[in-house]
Ligand binder design. Sequence first.
Ligand SMILES: *Cc1c(COP(=O)(O)O)cnc(C)c1O
Length: 388
Amino acid sequence: MNAPNRFDALPHFATAMKAIESLKPTEPLYLVQPDKFAGAAKQFLDGFPGDVLYAVKANPHPIAITNLWNAGIRHFDTASLGEIEAVKSLFPGAICHFMAPVRLPGQAKAAFEKHGVTDFVVDSAAELDKLLSETGKPAKLRVFVRLVAQLGGALLEMSSKYGCRPEEAAKLLKRVRVAGAAPCLTFHVGSQCLSPFSYAQAIEIAQRTIALSGVEIAALDIGGGFPAAYSGQEPPPYHWYFDMIKEALNTLGPAKLNIMCEPGRALCAPGISLVTQVVMRRGDRLYMNDGIYGSFDEQRFISFDEDYPPTGITLDTRGKAKLLSGEKLPFRAYGPTCDSADVLPRPVLLPDSIANGDYVLFGAMGAYTVSSRSPFNGYYPDSWAVIG
Ligand SMILES: *Cc1c(COP(=O)(O)O)cnc(C)c1O
């Protein structure tokens, strides 16, 4: 049961319970749900008023990219040459956009010349100059100036590292126009953004920047940040976001403006669940076979208030998978490595009857899990099955 890149070679089960019953997995097991990838993609393709770019860093695994391609996603927000090559090697017809504002030397040139990438982001004059000199054909480029959009609606901010304020962005837009490339704007309101209003506020900042610059822009990319529904947390529905965005865009002017978004988490989180096994229970401590250095790396950075209520599952004496029932207690969940820091930062709520060898099913584990696994201490979750 090794990680085949070929999706159709994976074992297939009707449900997570059947997969657990049949495989009795002793390694962490990723369960891929193609219908959930399709459902997430459809919400964006049907509801968002523009091009939908999948932000590859959320999950660059061929299984995620293939599922989203099958669901109709054709545009990809790629932040490195490696991501561009990963997408293009699977789907040569994919349209890649290089949306990282600081690129390694030579990467813009290779993206432009070898992969036909014409959309690039900048947030400084130095990076703009580098981009122009590496590509040499400004008339073919759309250059997106990245704005700061630190609006407080997101659980993970994305504006302290990249982006510039409207005054500086306005100057950059003018430089882009003078250079002969198509000036565009972009921002990222932060990941797992629970406030639809943040997008409207950021669009207002974009509008202010356009007014300051006097430059007509060709495209506005409103970034990612759309939340996934994690257990214990129910974000607002996407149509609230789309309605808010459409309303804000109405005030922006030119109707021929190309609108884009870059959801990562929202497109790939729902499509993968994770089965972990309890290797040992000690009181209110659970030692699991996956942790912070495996699929739970993001837990170090994201500040949920809620505890997780995942599903506890046991195999009965006849080997049938059953949901554990009974009163739920908060457990400390440790990962398998010897590092004391390898513990989930928030308690996991599970039935008190949970015991050694039982399983814990975590839903919505497709985003920032597979992408940030490390082989630290000899553990590397990489078993896969398909359900549905
Ligand atoms: C990470 C990232 C995304 C995706 O963000 P999500 O919160 O996963 O939707 C989109 N755009 C850029 C520029 C990013 O860095």
